[in-house]
Design a protein around this ligand. Structure first.
Ligand code: SAH
Length: 443
């Protein structure tokens, strides 16, 4: 079982300080399941790699078990050879200070995003490569996965569930270690230790700041807690409460919002949208890709909008929207003004027809370029509201965000960000194609 972590931050040898492990020595740490070794296959100012190698004593593990529970599977299994929960346990012990972001000598660096590459060898991915990608890509990792054959001698047996995985990102070392710590057992989906109540606390602590907004948070929670449904329910409720409490205080929770916060761009954007809706005297409003309902809540405050519908592909976002709008507790008159619809903007949907105006606020950049044509037809041809108000980030404006590296998008899920010229080109073409007139304004 092998995990390597590489940085090209200069001087790369600082990795030794961050991990609290001296690059010039091989160190061995006895574990309940065998031994863990830390060593550096390369260490120079340009590039430094730390390797964590686990030597699992399968026989030793079985010896500890009560006789009647022993089965052949206890002896013959993949545990010694794959990156399983044992690796996660070892990260939590051997790299503990690094995982919690502590460093006395290099405190500032521990809090700084640096270029990192992690390689995990023979990682069992129950759910396949897609599942692996769905776990790590929303967190901003570039993922490479090399599948291993079940048996090199019998290629006709096909692929196995095991991958050599490379993850690359600019992150704090503590973030990378935390993500690995939580997600390796989720991928493995095997139990090897008893999951008790304290695991809920551990998950919530380690998941702070990222798990609540992860699109796969439900399955991550269920698998991490080994499908103990009562624990998973508790964890999800608490994750959700934290999130709702955050929403209630309007604390920005996504990196995109944090980035934009100093300029209060989001507020300005909603105000501009509402002004535009009023300028065309729209009454029946559709908000597609409504997300967590921030615009919907503002629309609800305006009496002139008599009918409001929000639509999104994410169940989870709609749940949060329902909470935010306090749908359950609205007086009947208000309750009748608004509805939430689950659906995708890339499929024709009769429920979207008959509105005065549709808002598409910061949504199209989340669609694959190939799906954009489908979206155009769904909205402009079939739903066909009189007015469409559509916003998308201006790529040229990104230079104003001091914390955003040049050339990067504002959000990991953005498939593209256009310059003003690119946006105008698309909008003019689309308007012409479907018989709309188009106007541009900036926020
Ligand atoms: N309009 C909201 C949310 C923007 S985030 C706001 O301004 O706050 C983008 C939203 O688009 C997300 O909620 C995402 O779930 C949704 N989305 C992405 N692809 C979609 C699709 N194909 N159909 C419907 N909604 C989609």
């Amino acid at each position: 079982m092998l995990l390597t972590i590489t940085t090209t931050h200069n001087p790369a040898t600082d990795l030794g300080y961050l991990l609290h492990k001296n690059p010039s020595r091989i160190q061995t740490f006895p574990q309940t399941f065998g031994a863990a070794h830390v060593f550096y296959p390369e260490s120079n100012p340009e590039k430094c790699t730390a390797a964590l190698l686990l030597d699992v004593d399968t026989i030793g593990l079985v010896r500890g078990k009560r006789g009647e529970n022993r089965t052949l599977e206890h002896y013959v299994n993949d545990r010694s050879f794959v990156a399983s929960s044992f690796l996660s346990v070892a990260i939590g012990q051997i790299y503990r200070s690094a995982m919690t972001g502590k460093s006395e000598s290099h405190a500032a660096l521990a809090q700084t995003a640096i270029p990192l590459e992690a390689r995990v060898f023979s990682l069992p991915c129950r759910g396949g490569e897609d599942f692996l990608r769905n776990l790590f890509e929303p967190l901003g990792y570039e993922v490479r996965a090399e599948n291993q054959l079940l048996d090199e001698q019998f290629p006709e047996w096909g692929a196995s569930d095991y991958f050599n995985v490379t993850l690359r990102a600019e992150k704090r070392l503590s973030e990378l270690l935390t993500h690995l710590y939580v997600l390796i057992p989720v991928l493995d989906n095997e139990k090897h230790y008893w999951v008790g109540d304290e695991e809920v606390e551990k998950l919530l602590r380690r998941g702070e700041g990222w798990l609540g907004s992860h699109p796969m948070r439900e399955i991550i929670t269920r698998r991490y807690l080994k499908h103990r449904s009562s624990l998973a329910r508790e964890a999800l409720t608490r994750l959700m409460q934290d999130e709702i409490a955050e929403l209630a205080t309007e604390k920005p929770e996504t990196s995109e919002e944090t980035l934009e916060k100093p300029l209060s761009l989001n507020e300005q954007r909603y105000a501009a949208v509402i002004a535009a809706l009023k300028s065309v005297a729209a009454k029946r409003i559709l908000d597609v890709g409504c997300g967590e309902g921030k615009l919907l809540r503002r629309l609800l405050d305006e009496r002139s909008f008599t009918e409001i519908a929000g639509m999104d592909v994410s169940h989870r976002a709609l749940e949060i929207a329902a909470e935010r709008l306090r749908l359950e507790r609205l007086p009947d008159m208000q309750r009748e003004r608004i509805k939430l619809l689950h659906g995708s903007l890339t499929y024709r949907d009769a429920r979207l027809a008959g509105f005065d105006a549709a808002c598409v606020i910061e949504v199209i950049e989340h669609l694959d370029a190939a799906r954009l044509t489908a979206f155009e037809r769904v909205l402009f041809e079939f739903a066909r509201p009189k007015t469409i108000i559509l916003t998308t980030p201006n790529f040229e404006y990104n230079a104003k965000f001091e914390t955003l590296p040049q050339g990067k998008f504002r959000h990991a899920d953005h498939r593209f960000e256009w310059t003003r010229a690119e946006f105008e080109f698309w909008a003019e073409q689309t308007a012409a194609k479907f018989g709309y007139q188009v106007q541009f304004s900036t926020v």
